[in-house]
Design a protein around this ligand. Structure first.
Ligand code: NAD
Length: 496
């Protein structure tokens, strides 16, 4: 049995204490356990980050960026190993894990531009002989708390940018699949990052609560489910911290009557079932406008889904893998049951998939449910499994109203050939990330990622330009060097 510890002050640390099993979700076997950090261990990580901050803050930004250039190279060199670690504990197929890593690396590439990103703003002669400028200074120790579903990418949204901006970091990854996250963090040491600048503590609520309340931690980036995001945001705020807390989702795709239906079906297959639907940007509801569109969509989806293959991460012909835990499998199946009991039609039933050689794995097959209505439990909740629900409406306005009324507002997409309709949709829909014939509109690393409504607590989105603002505080300096030309007498009026 392998024991997974922490990474503190440049060293692997494994203090005795509570542990949790880490499963291979394809086999259903727990062959590793992870240490759950005590308050003392988290304090040790915070202290290491605090001690490393003064020197790191004063390290020239170009030298900080050079660490990121090397880090990027190491990530690419180790990509196969990282994909394997992700597959073993998360279950996603290697090609999907490689994609996740690549999107994470793009955030490192963005961080490499720190000298440009941190140049600040300068105005000459704002008054007689007076110059004024704004600089963006690091905050100090900042922390990240991340979910299981992107163990490489989501942490990479956070710490490369935070670190390159001059902060030091404590990461608390998901306790369900910690190995790839821990391995990646150790590459930073190899890339030349000084000890203490990056620290990883594995753990659960006990560890998180130390990060949320310790006054040395100046900011919290969180990604996970909405109830926990809300708790993180309110607790961090109550302790005077800056916080961005990204939560759950229920992403709808509108399928218009004029859509290229074969294309929409292909896009929906990957967006609904890829990574077993365990993506915060997964499309889990298709809203068909008009019965003709609904019938065509369901018929084509049903046909296309017969070819899908669910299985273990290391067989590249598989389309997607198991869900994360046995309990989560039961939850997903429970929502399919409830939809059936509440009157929906299970068109393709993935509740009992047969995966040869992996009979004890946490598999759910691709499931298609038609005739879903907004009062059903399966519609209200984020299922986070390979389940696509179809709702039928008469007009695009009704489809948009459904989306606007839902508590989440992470991502959405419209499939149409009508540019006017698409423009109206993107202008008016109450959702943070919008796709037009693009099913997973995850912003690239040089934009920023974030939902609306109860999908994001906070103001600034994750990574990209908003990330730079989140991990820095603005200081504005106004300067005059008195000389005979500009020396003034006493004035009690407000300077204008
Ligand atoms: P989760 O909320 O259970 O856990 C996220 C993190 O919070 C983990 O590190 C976990 O250890 C910690 N945590 C859990 N319970 C806690 C508690 N009571 N107190 C303090 N910390 C706690 O989420 P998950 O199941 O790991 O991930 C799936 C969820 O994340 C989904 O809802 C998904 O939509 C969401 N997600 C959102 C985004 C986004 O960008 N909006 C991205 C990825 C995942």
């Amino acid at each position: 049995m392998i024991t997974i510890g922490h990474f503190i002050n440049g060293l692997s640390v494994a203090h005795e204490g509570r542990t949790q099993d880490v499963y291979n979700p394809a086999t259903g076997i727990a062959d590793k356990k992870v240490l759950l950090a005590s308050k003392k261990t988290v304090q040790e990580a915070i202290n290491a980050a605090q001690a490393a901050f003064p020197a790191w803050r004063n390290t020239p930004v170009i030298k900080r960026a050079r660490v990121m250039f090397k880090f990027k190279q190491l990530l690419e060199d180790n990509a196969d190993h990282i994909a394997q670690l992700i597959g073993q504990e998360h279950g996603k197929i290697s090609h999907d894990a490689a994609g996740e890593l690549q999107r994470g690396i793009e955030n490192v590439e963005f961080a490499c531009g720190a000298p440009q990103l941190l140049k600040g703003e300068h105005s000459r002669n704002v008054g007689p002989g007076i110059d004024s400028w704004s600089e963006f200074q690091p905050l100090g120790v900042v922390a990240g708390i991340t979910p299981f579903n992107f163990p490489a990418m989501v942490p990479l949204w956070m710490y490369p940018l935070a670190i390159v901006c001059g902060n030091t970091f404590v990461l608390k990854p998901s306790e369900r699949d910690p190995s790839s996250t821990l391995f990646i963090a150790s590459l930073l040491k190899e890339a030349g990052l000084p000890d203490g600048v990056m620290n990883v503590v594995n753990g659960d609520k006990e560890a998180v609560d130390v990060l949320l309340t310790n006054p040395l931690v100046k900011a919290i980036s969180f990604v996970g489910s909405t109830p926990i995001a809300e708790y993180i945001y309110t607790t961090a705020n109550a302790h005077g911290k800056r916080c961005q807390a990204l939560g759950g989702a229920k992403n709808h795709a509108i399928v218009m009557p004029d859509a290229d239906m074969d294309n929409a079906v292909n896009q929906l297959l990957g967006a609904a079932f890829g990574s077993s639907g365990e993506r915060c940007m997964a499309l889990s509801v298709a809203v068909a406008v008009g019965d003709a569109a609904g019938d065509a969509l369901v018929e084509k989806m049903q046909k296309a889904m017969t070819g899908l293959s669910v299985g273990a991460y290391d067989e590249s012909s598989n389309d997607f893998g198991p869900v994360i835990t046995c309990q989560h499998k039961d939850k997903v199946v429970g929502y399919i049951d409830s939809a059936e009991q509440q009157g929906a039609k299970i068109v393709v039933d993935g509740r009992h998939p047969k995966v040869k050689g992996y009979e004890n794995g946490f598999f759910v097959g691709a499931t298609l449910i038609d005739g879903v209505t907004i009062d059903m439990d399966s519609y209200k909740a984020e299922i986070f499994g390979p389940v696509l629900q179809v709702i039928r409406v008469d007009t695009m306005q009704q489809a948009m109203q459904l989306i606007d009324d839902h508590e989440y507002g992470n991502g959405t997409c419209i499939f149409t050939r009508d540019g006017e309709a698409a423009r109206y949709f993107s202008d008016n829909i109450q959702v943070g990330m919008v796709g037009i014939n693009v099913p997973l509109p995850v912003p690239v690393a040089y934009h920023s990622f974030g939902g609306w409504k109860r999908s994001l607590f906070g103001d600034l989105h994750a990574y990209g330009p908003d990330g730079v603002r989140f991990y820095t505080k603005r200081k504005t300096i106004t300067q005059r060097w008195p000389s005979s030309g500009v020396r003034e007498g006493v004035s009690f009026a407000f300077p204008s």
